[in-house]
Design a protein around this ligand. Structure first.
Ligand code: GDP
Length: 570
């Protein structure tokens, strides 16, 4: 019996998968996914009801519908995966087979991204594969990528960088499609890859999960069309869209200095339209756009949503991940750049003295600690994770964003920089820090610590968690006072005339009222006077007037113990 998936049925019915799922939900069949498999009979029933319903129901008046969030636009796709698993081969294959031939001799050099054509639709691929580039783009807060393709070679399976890539994709919150590559090889084991990924919690959709996995061969081209089709399907399901008339949203993905052309920058427009002659700012670079070139080196007057475009005319080379903004005039651009330079200077100054681990953590604005852990072996990593799982901390959250084997690298630091939910902390157990990673971490104010003893590591994490909670205070007794006489003062209340027997009494301090040794009230000193004067403090041997807030029962002979709060060092 042939079986069909919902998305295939949607295509047959000439409607979008999203619309079919919504229609089924309205017809009392909720919880359908694009990959839900139905039998031919079920498909027949669905076809019948959906078509019948469509005929029976006149089209709804337009005002009932929510305004569409722009139009569908080409999704922006990044390719990630372990070295040698075939990322470059895949990107090359798609480029060769799916990019319409330009003018002869036209395309000579990649601009960092290209657009593939699939069934009349476009997909924008970022040409620099790997999670380092992926996360560097994110480190400035911009979201360049809509969909990530994770390439896993079927002869090799899940490897260290596959795990890293998975964590980077998860941290970015971007939908993922797995391309199980090299299935042309006789020794390939696609099912093993599925099992490995399933063990990590990524259950293939044909096993009832929701991770799309497509077996492909980047070398022969087998399965690549299906992969492209899946990309378009995910884009549709995710509602990837942009409004050509909307506000400009564009992200720099590549930049370099060309000796002849000056700064050459590639941006991806995600919303709005970028035009020649626009005045733009990216970080501290600005300029009036001299020329826009498409991915085949052809000059274009404008670039709309989903389009990669090379830009000439900026004053300097901005970093990848920087947002490109349009401003009204060169003057406004210069002012914005000057403001940013000033902010950068201030940031640098503010960061410089705050170099210690404790100070960095104490400056955190969040109650969540996000760890990136590197250890010298899988066993050591497991041991660290196990120890950390025993830490109990109320009021603060602890998340392990990434745990991997090997030294601490730049890509770990980038992952930390891109973290926006919590305070990142990079921990190494029995490993070293790559000097480049160290430098980047210092620049960005990311704390890194390495340990040889697990106990020290967990102790530091506990300490960091406590710091995130904010300072802890304890009560310290500073003095004792005896009530000699009680005055009832009109409009004020009971005031106790006291003698300070020991230590001191401080205005605003906490008091415990003891009567014949028993505590009768705990409160706060509302006012403290010597003669008629308000004072801050009265020392041992002196007399004073004390009013205890909200306590009208103070009596002669009561003893007031005075406490102040003191910060507990962690
Ligand atoms: P990257 O490091 O992930 O970019 O990997 P590459 O694309 O450079 O590929 C590494 C090696 O695997 C190259 O020798 C490719 O020719 C080979 N390769 C890539 N894809 C396939 C495939 O589908 N089948 C086979 N047999 N080899 C492949």
């Amino acid at each position: 019996m042939p079986r069909k998936r919902i998305y295939e049925l949607a295509r047959e019915l000439g409607m979008s998968t999203r619309d079919l799922i919504l229609a089924l939900e309205k017809l009392g069949m909720p919880g359908m996914s694009a990959f839900h498999m139905v039998s031919e009979e079920e498909a027949e029933v669905i076809r019948g009801v959906v078509l019948e319903k469509a005929e029976a129901q006149p089209p709804r008046p337009a005002q009932e519908k929510a305004p569409p969030p722009g139009k569908p636009r080409p999704p922006v796709v990044a390719v990630l995966g372990h070295i040698d698993h075939g990322k470059t081969t895949l990107l090359d294959r798609i480029r060769k087979t799916r990019v319409a031939a330009g003018e002869p001799g036209g395309i000579t050099q990649s601009i960092g991204a290209y657009q593939a054509q699939v069934d009349g639709k476009l997909i924008t691929f970022i040409d620099t594969p790997g999670h380092r580039a992926f996360t560097a783009m994110r480190a400035r807060g911009a979201k360049a990528t809509d969909i990530a393709v994770l390439v896993v070679a079927a002869d090799d399976g899940v490897m260290a960088q596959t795990l890293e890539a998975l964590d980077h994709i998860k941290a970015a919150g971007v939908p993922m499609i797995v391309a199980i590559n090299k299935v042309d090889k006789p020794e390939s084991k696609p099912e093993m890859v599925k099992q490995q990924l399933a063990n990590l919690g990524y259950i293939p959709e044909d096993w009832g999960g929701n991770t799309i996995m497509v077996p492909i061969s980047a070398l022969t081209g087998q399965g690549v069309d299906e992969l492209l089709e899946m990309i378009l399907l995910v884009a549709e399901l995710e509602g990837v869209s942009g409004d050509p008339e909307g506000a400009l949203e564009a992200i720099i993905i590549e930049s370099h200095l060309d000796p002849a052309k000056g700064p050459v920058v590639t941006a991806i427009v995600k919303n709005g339209t970028l035009r020649e002659r626009d005045v733009v700012v990216a970080g501290t670079a600005w300029g009036r756009i001299r020329a826009l070139l498409d991915h085949q080196g052809k000059r274009i007057p404008a670039a709309g949503p989903g389009t990669p475009v090379q830009i000439l005319g900026l004053s300097e080379v901005p970093a990848a991940g920087e947002k490109l903004e349009r401003v009204a005039s060169p003057k406004e651009a210069e002012e914005l750049v000057e403001k940013r330079r000033e902010e950068e200077r201030e940031k640098r100054l503010a960061l410089r003295p705050r170099t210690t681990f404790d100070e960095l953590i104490a400056a955190a604005q969040t109650k969540k600690l996000v760890l990136i852990i590197k250890a010298h072996s899988v066993g050591a990593l497991e041991a660290v994770k196990l120890e950390l799982s025993t830490i109990q901390a109320e009021g603060v959250e602890l998340e392990i964003l990434h745990a991997g084997v090997g030294q601490i690298t730049e890509s770990d630091v980038l992952l930390a920089v891109a973290e926006s939910q919590g305070q990142p902390l990079i921990l190494g157990f029995g490993v070293k820090v790559d000097p480049k990673a160290q430098k980047l971490a210092e620049q960005k104010g990311i704390p890194i610590r390495t340990y040889d003893i697990i106990y020290d590591l967990t102790l530091d994490v506990e300490r960091a968690l406590k710091r995130l909670l904010g300072p802890e205070f304890r009560e310290v007794k500073v003095g004792e006072v005896e009530v000699l006489k009680v005055f009832n003062i009109a409009g004020v209340g009971k005031v106790a005339g006291c003698a300070v027997r020991a230590g001191r009494v401080v205005r605003g301090a906490k008091v415990r009222v003891l009567r014949r040794g028993e505590e009768v009230f705990v409160g706060e000193i509302a006012s403290l006077k010597r003669f008629a004067e308000d004072v801050k403090e009265v020392r041992e041997g002196y007399e004073c007037g004390i009013r205890v807030r909200d306590f009208e029962d103070v009596r002669e002979g009561d003893v007031l113990e005075v406490y102040v709060l003191e910060e507990v060092p962690v």
